[in-house]
Design a protein around this ligand. Structure first.
Ligand code: GLY
Length: 345
């Protein structure tokens, strides 16, 4: 997989190795990003545009089925290229679409959100949801390239940037103290400052997937904050104003940090400090969901086995441990304790 900017895309397209080109967008990226992409890039063949509705609900088998047919009806073949232009929903869905159509066609990811730039589009995970279970169906398939361009961040609402920022913080917590420090000195409303964090953030992810691409061991560390976070996201998916992925991960990281005191040996003071820092960026993320419901969703998480819920916890900041089994009672207590702790911060 190559990582580069729009020039890389242009030179890949100039090689003329694809019989046809398709671009998957949602309504938002169609409106805000597609025109500028078409203006910047000289396509050797006129691309066909596929559009889905924005939002997590498009990551479904029904939408995927429609897209398989669209590719088929528009004459896609094994030498076609799919360019996924959008946030994590588009890069996950488009990656899955490309990796399954005719047993796999080439695809290029052009992530347009911070979340997709730092996480979703990198590392070869593709997927769709099964009902409200996040990414339950998917493949591991690397794109030909991931194209990064800071200009896309300008098209984003600040809430989206703050959501993606949580994954950058996660990379700092699990592996890079100086990145973590830089995160907590960053003004998330300043795109330039945020974009500066991307390189060290991507390095954390790239280093981990280089040693464990299929999540047998070290890649599990990237799930820090995601056990609770995914459950929260699943349960709020159909709310009128659903929480964003990174907002849920931010809460999930606070819970995992608190659980790390007993479950991982993290010093209480270090845990409190980290929670205080995360909370300062996400003070409004105070979930009101029933613990039992969350637990049920967590039990069905594909990362768990034998009816046990496993968390990634910390023994220290930058020292994650995977597969720590947590009981429902312990989780419920941590949720209560976290609420009280955050009120007192
Ligand atoms: N988002 C976590 C991973 O790519 O493994």
């Amino acid at each position: 997989m190559q990582l580069g900017d729009l020039q890389l895309l242009q030179s890949l397209l100039a090689e003329n190795r694809w019989s046809s080109v398709f671009i998957l967008t949602d309504e938002n990226t169609n409106k805000h990003c597609l025109t500028s992409l078409m203006m910047c890039i000289d396509f050797p063949v006129n691309p066909e545009i596929l559009e889905v509705e924005p939002g997590e609900n498009s990551k479904s088998i029904e939408i995927c089925h429609q897209l398989w047919w669209a590719l088929n009806d528009l004459g896609a073949d094994r030498n076609s290229l799919l360019i996924n232009l959008g946030g994590g929903m588009i890069t996950d869905l488009g990656g899955f679409l490309a990796s399954t159509f005719q047993r796999g066609i080439d695809f290029i990811q052009i992530p347009t959100t911070l979340l997709a730039m730092t996480d979703a589009a990198i590392g070869g995970k593709t997927g769709i949801n099964l009902g409200n279970l996040k990414n339950q169906i998917g493949t591991f398939q690397n794109p030909v390239a991931v194209i990064l361009d800071q200009a896309w961040l300008e098209t984003l609402p600040s809430r989206e940037i703050r959501s993606g920022f949580a994954e950058v913080v996660k990379h700092g917590i699990i592996a890079d103290n100086s990145l973590l420090k830089a995160c907590f000195e960053t003004d998330v409303s300043n795109q330039e400052e945020v974009f500066q964090l991307l390189e060290p953030s991507l390095k954390v992810k790239a280093d981990i997937i280089a040693i464990d691409p299929f999540e047998k061991k070290e890649r599990k560390f990237l799930n820090f904050g995601h056990t609770g976070g995914h459950a929260l996201e699943s349960l709020t998916l159909n709310d009128e104003d659903p929480l964003l992925h990174g907002e849920c991960v931010a809460w999930g990281m606070m819970i995992a940090t608190l659980l790390s005191i007993d479950g991982g040996g993290l010093e209480a003071e270090a845990a409190k400090e980290l929670i205080r820092s995360i909370d300062s960026y996400y003070p409004d993320i105070q979930p009101e969901v029933e613990i039992e419901k969350m637990w049920e969703v967590m039990l069905r998480d594909k990362k768990n086995r034998n009816g046990k819920v496993n968390f990634v916890l910390l023994s220290k900041v930058s020292k994650p441990i995977a597969n720590v089994e947590i009981s429902m009672e312990h989780f419920a207590k941590a949720c209560d304790d976290l609420r009280v702790m955050r009120e007192e911060l």
